[in-house]
Ligand binder design. Structure first.
Ligand SMILES: [Zn+2]
Ligand SMILES: [Zn+2]
Length: 182
């Protein structure tokens, strides 16, 4: 039995990150996506168009149906903003607001270990920058900010975890690519 509440922290509110949020009593999300967590739809969580039978190796049991699947409402019990601290007792994470992929995207940073949970703003695979609430200027600002943080290990929203060296390389490559297209 933990002394502290078990808290589900949403890195952001796309369906592939919040599908079980309603099962937790304590739920945290950035203020810019609090409304999405409270009022999710198939469209605003991107279940439509991304949830299809093809994304499964084996389909969940009926009555599951890909074209009707929707995330359940899970209003936040704690609203997060940049600089907030999530204190687990023996570990402490700082909230870093990283808009761009989505407006309320956050990363969690543990200073003591230099571990970063980056969400979908950065992982070692193709990034998604062009969905309905993505913002290119915010994305750029977030990447420039992330580059300044001393990071040793990154656990991204997708794909395997990677080192701080790979982190800096991914961001630097991304920034170079953007400079070419401006
Ligand atoms: Zn996402
Ligand atoms: Zn995702």
């Amino acid at each position: 039995m933990a002394e502290r509440d078990l808290v589900a922290v949403a890195s952001h509110t796309h369906f592939d990150h919040i599908g079980c949020h309603h099962e937790f009593e304590c739920r945290a999300v950035h203020s810019a996506e609090a409304d999405l967590l409270a009022n999710p739809t198939r469209t605003n969580t991107l279940a439509d168009p991304y949830v299809t039978d093809e994304i499964f190796d084996a389909l969940p049991p009926e009555p599951y149906c890909s074209t009707c699947y929707a995330v359940k409402k899970a209003p936040a019990t704690r609203i997060l903003d940049d600089g907030d601290i999530i204190d687990l007792g023996d570990r402490v994470f700082e909230v870093i607001h990283t808009p761009g992929h989505s407006p309320g995207g956050i990363a969690l940073y543990e200073k003591a270990t230099e571990i970063l949970f980056s969400g979908d703003i950065l992982y070692d695979g193709p990034l998604v920058e062009d969905i309905y609430h993505s913002n290119a200027a915010d994305y750029l600002t977030s990447m420039e900010r992330l580059l300044k943080i001393p990071v040793r290990v990154v656990h991204g929203g997708h794909f395997p975890s990677f080192s701080g060296a790979r982190y800096r390389q991914l961001i630097t490559d991304w920034l170079h690519e953007k400079q070419k297209t401006i």
